[in-house]
Design a protein around this ligand. Sequence first.
Ligand SMILES: *Cc1c(COP(=O)(O)O)cnc(C)c1O
Length: 339
Amino acid sequence: MTIDLRSDTITKPTKAMMEAMWEANVGDDVFGDDPTVNALQEKAARMFGMEDALFCPSGTMTNQLAIRVHTQPGSDVICDKYSHIYLYEGGGIMLNSLSSVKLLDGNRGRVTAAQVEESISPENDIHSTCTRLVSLENTMNKGGGAYYDINEIKAIRQLCWDRKIPLHLDGARLFNALVETGETPEQYGQLFDSISICLSKGLGCPVGSLLLGSKQTIANARRFRKVMGGGWRQAGFLAAAGIYALDNHINRLSEDHLRARAIGEIFGKRPEIEEVFPVDTNIVIVRLQGNISEKEYVQKLADKGILAVSFGKNLVRFVTHLDFTDDHLEAMKSKVSGL
Ligand SMILES: *Cc1c(COP(=O)(O)O)cnc(C)c1O
């Protein structure tokens, strides 16, 4: 039995999800007439109380479209130094939007209103870039699945209103935060100008992300999506998986969190592990003792049938998901004890 904890993207559609896909009623989304894509977009927009939504192939695309829509060439985007939009999107802020970044040193990727305020570029100063966007990430991938206190987000929101700067959320794993805090999508919809959510992570879809925003933001994003080659015809087969996931796979994320905590406990007892980062949601990051290379350790785990990824010097990441069950967890306990 291989236990694949490299990412929550590796899940395969369940039988019921496959059936929903098989039965999808489809049209051509570039003409705007795929009924299942339209139903998914309307459903998501309604959930968040936002005006409109756009279904896209990836979370990189939804983030990059948001950045493209909110900025102009010569802008800067304020975000944490660990942000996915900065570290893991191929330099898209520069390539797609001809813009720069102001990187903040947050707490496991979470920034404060005071930090944001300090880094806003001065207005009417020809020496500096113009701050045109603040972007937060929740939960924070590189921060080990940490989630925000909503009061801090409210303070950042107020600051952004005062300074007339749009606020974007990379919510690839937002639902993981919501099941922990009990907060609702509507609460988040009120706080952001645009939100990206991934259906292909914890929600178990084969592919797909959604960008949420105002009618105008989404209309602009739809134009840039086409330019990037993201007009995708009978995407309704994929949208059907998304509708199924929003209906059936959100509440169960709390199971992933319990299993992630159990993995944290397993490694917490191992002599080769110096530190297990706090396990807040479905991501477990462990720090190895200084003399052990993470690449060798990942290989050693792989030899035992446990797949994880190296996550920087001495760090290894495990992510729990829909296809990781209690049986896998039990098997993992015995495999790890035989390391
Ligand atoms: C996975 C992820 C994305 C989007 O990734 P894609 O692979 O492009 O769908 C964006 N932000 C975060 C925090 C992620 O973990």
